[in-house]
Design a protein around this ligand. Structure first.
Ligand code: PNS
Length: 161
């Protein structure tokens, strides 16, 4: 059985992430989505548990998908879940440099392979950082995130605009 591990900060999970999960589900037998800390991003908006809940609600329509939120190395999660490969989405060439570095580091640490899925152009500009900014100032993000995420963003930033 093939298992794809799809990691990310997911702060918050958006439609570009959803596309990668749905497309990976066509290729792998089982999907594990892991919300992790990115030490390069210190100003988290949602807790790991909040992120896990939002992802769970957003992926309720899919079978063979598990969601975990952990504060550890990605290669440890890959070993724990028996991942066949790590799967990451690529939005643009600018994503590739850091993704290549992480893929090489993770392979050096544990031998785990990384597989990239190019996101469709309709999602290529969507970034969690921009969504937090738009939502914080009362902008409409409903076209870019699953409904459960939109609700949480509205609650998080209620009265702040
Ligand atoms: O969505 P992001 O922020 O691009 O995801 C990056 C993430 C969370 C996958 C990366 O920071 C990560 O793997 N964090 C866990 C800690 C770890 O394993 N760091 C070494 C990466 S080579």
């Amino acid at each position: 059985m093939t298992i794809a591990l799809i990691p990310g900060s997911f702060d918050p999970f958006h439609n570009g992430h959803l596309e990668v999960v749905e497309r990976a589900a066509n290729v792998f037998d089982e999907i594990v989505v892991a919300a992790l800390r990115n030490p390069q991003k210190s100003d988290a908006c949602f807790t790991l548990e909040e992120r896990r809940e939002m992802i769970q609600e957003s992926l309720a329509h899919l079978e063979r998908v598990r969601i975990v939120s952990v504060s550890t190395l990605l290669v440890n999660v890959a070993a724990d879940v028996g991942a066949t490969a790590i799967v990451k989405g690529l939005r643009a060439v600018s994503d590739f440099e850091s993704e290549l570095q992480m893929a090489q580091m993770n392979r050096s640490l544990s031998g785990v392979e990384t597989v990239f899925i190019p996101t469709s152009s309709t999602h290529s500009f969507i970034a969690s950082r921009l969504l937090r900014e738009v939502a914080r100032y009362g902008g409409d993000v409903s076209h870019f995130v699953p409904a459960p995420v939109e609700k949480r963003l509205r609650e998080k930033f209620a009265g702040m605009a």
